[in-house]
Design a protein around this ligand. Structure first.
Ligand code: UDP
Length: 237
């Protein structure tokens, strides 16, 4: 597959055209941002880890029946994916209180919910990704009613699967963010990435944070934590 002109550069990834109009190449960067781009830095080796971890998880989800944009890994940092138009919603699923949930509702982190929660935010950097509900998303024509239902169904299924994959390796899946896209025929597929940048992952015994909160909160050992999750997932001892 030929990598052609750059189409887009985001905070953590670049996207390139290919010789196939239905496919693009995603290239993962080491750049990290937090708090809506206010905090910037680089995490050495992050691009490679997030590329490999996303591909590993997307393949397992696909095998379990969740359609994804994954096609094939090209190199340590680059992956061919199906071209989609991204539904401009960040879909956040939570199993345990943390981050903005704990802050917004004035509760401590670490409360285990009886059932997972879902929330949407509007993917719009200028507005700071404001929270919205289904009726707002419909009013803004960000997605149809059917698409929103499909997205929620997939998101909860992904949660059950991911929770299981993480539990097998001694990690509690606290919360995570997903993005979905539409293929040229309108089919909804899971897109973007699934990595310690987009999930909160706590060691089930020590409760050590193995995710981007190490960067957000200047806890140190960011790269080691990402590497540790990858090592456990792939079983390299
Ligand atoms: N998240 C993300 N991108 C965003 C916002 C959130 O990947 O733009 C992830 C975040 O890493 C966490 C989950 O979504 O795993 C919930 O994040 P939260 O709403 O608590 O916001 P935060 O505390 O990260 O600002």
């Amino acid at each position: 597959m030929e990598k052609r002109e750059q189409l887009y550069e985001g905070k953590a990834k670049k996207v390139f055209a290919t010789d196939d109009p239905e496919k693009v190449v995603v290239s993962y960067k080491d750049d990290a941002t937090a708090f809506n781009g206010e905090k910037k830095g680089t995490i050495a080796g992050k691009g490679v880890i997030n590329n490999k971890m996303t591909n590993h998880l997307m393949q397992r989800l696909e095998q379990a029946g969740v359609p994804t944009h994954y096609v094939e890994q090209l190199s340590d940092t680059d992956t061919v994916v199906k071209k989609v138009s991204i539904v401009p919603l960040e879909v956040i699923i939570r199993n345990i209180s943390a981050g903005s949930f704990a802050k917004r509702y004035g509760v401590e982190e670490g409360i285990v919910f009886d059932a997972p929660t879902v929330e949407f935010s509007y993917k719009n950097d200028d507005l700071g990704d404001p929270l919205l509900n289904d009726t707002h998303a419909l009013a803004l024509k960000l997605a149809t009613k059917e698409e929103i239902q499909q997205i929620k169904d997939y998101a909860f299924r992904v949660n059950e699967l991911l929770k299981g994959f993480m539990k097998e390796i001694g990690i509690d899946l606290v919360d995570f963010k997903l993005e979905f896209g539409r293929l040229s025929d309108g089919t909804i597929v899971l897109a973007d990435e699934i990595s310690p940048d987009t999930c909160r992952l706590w060691d089930e015994k020590t409760h050590e944070k193995l995710d981007k909160d190490r960067f957000r909160r200047d806890l140190g050992g960011v790269e080691d934590a990402y590497q540790e999750v990858m090592r456990r997932l792939t079983g390299d001892k």
